[in-house]
Write a protein that binds this ligand. Structure first.
Ligand code: AMP
Length: 282
């Protein structure tokens, strides 16, 4: 596996692949890799000749008081995992390399960046859009892979490449979960054993919503209340939001069938998010 550290190195690396008319895929990550990330890598390998995985803990998507400093980092382990998967290249820039001093221009995510996660984490999606645009510009992939785990991020990235005419196909990949349903996340490492048990409440609330809709419930408000009640019954969890939204616009869903259920809650000090597609009406 090749490792590019500088922008020049990664540009050079993909230049050679492109000369040979190879299909290039990019998988952007913040490292501390787990099976969720590796599922994106494997999906990328299915559809491209050359897979580039970026590992960069992007400071501009963390707010003041968030966990930028504490965010888990283990580059050697990450590189070994990627090499074992047969990844072609890892791009592991430093913060200084990615953001030249004096950089001023950012990518405005528009109104989709102000709701849900954006309301709780002001500036988060501006940081996400800016780094994703920069990575897409540097690597110039044919395809870029994102997890549905960060559902709002996926919706906003799709909107960004459409609105800015960035020539890349965005591929969304399903959420990978632990056996008890907890969505894999680098932040799960923060959870104490008791919190780890309590953290399944997000998945339980989503499953309850799914069961209600499967059983014929169409009232979005009713399903939302059921999700909230489930989260609020868990003493270690503090609800941020639990909502049914239109899967494309992220506006409150008019009806439960076909909506996306989205949840954010704090378990202890750790903020967790999860989501699930609600079944459509038969
Ligand atoms: P992160 O390193 O947290 O920025 O995540 C990098 C990419 O992996 C994003 O596109 C995430 O949505 C995706 N991802 C993270 N966790 C999961 C998961 N449990 N299942 C599927 N994709 C995931």
């Amino acid at each position: 596996m090749e490792q590019a550290v500088s922008k020049e190195e990664v540009r050079q690396l993909v230049l050679e692949a492109r000369r040979e008319s190879k299909r290039i895929a990019l998988v952007p990550t913040m490292g501390a890799l787990h099976e969720g990330h590796l599922s994106l890598v494997r999906a990328a390998q299915q559809r491209a000749d050359v897979v580039v995985v970026s590992i960069f803990v992007n400071p501009t998507q963390f707010g003041p008081g968030e966990d930028f400093e504490a965010y888990p980092r283990d580059l050697d382990r990450d590189l070994a995992l990627l090499a074992a998967e047969g990844v072609d290249a890892a791009f592991t820039p430093t913060t200084e390399a990615m953001y030249a001093s004096g950089a001023q221009v950012t990518v405005d995510p528009g109104p989709l960046g102000d709701v849900w996660e954006g309301a709780s984490r002001p500036g988060h999606f501006r940081g996400v859009c800016t780094i994703v645009a920069k990575l897409l510009s540097l690597v110039g992939p044919d395809l870029a892979f994102f997890g549905e785990k960060d559902y709002q991020q996926l919706v906003i990235v799709r909107r960004m490449v459409a609105d800015l005419d960035i020539p890349v196909k965005i591929v969304g990949c399903p959420i990978v979960r632990d056996a008890d349903g907890l969505a894999l996340s680098s932040r799960n490492a923060y959870l104490s054993p008791g919190e780890r048990r309590a953290a399944t409440v997000l998945y339980r609330a989503l499953r309850e919503a799914e069961t209600l809709v499967c059983g014929g419930e169409t009232d979005a408000g009713f399903v939302e209340r059921a999700m909230r009640d489930t989260i609020e019954a868990e003493p270690l969890a503090a609800l941020d939001y639990a909502a049914l939204v239109d899967p494309r616009t992220l506006e409150p869903a008019a009806a439960a069938p076909g909506a996306r259920a989205i949840i954010a809650a704090r378990v202890g000090a750790t903020r967790l998010i999860d989501n699930m597609a609600m079944p459509s009406m038969a």
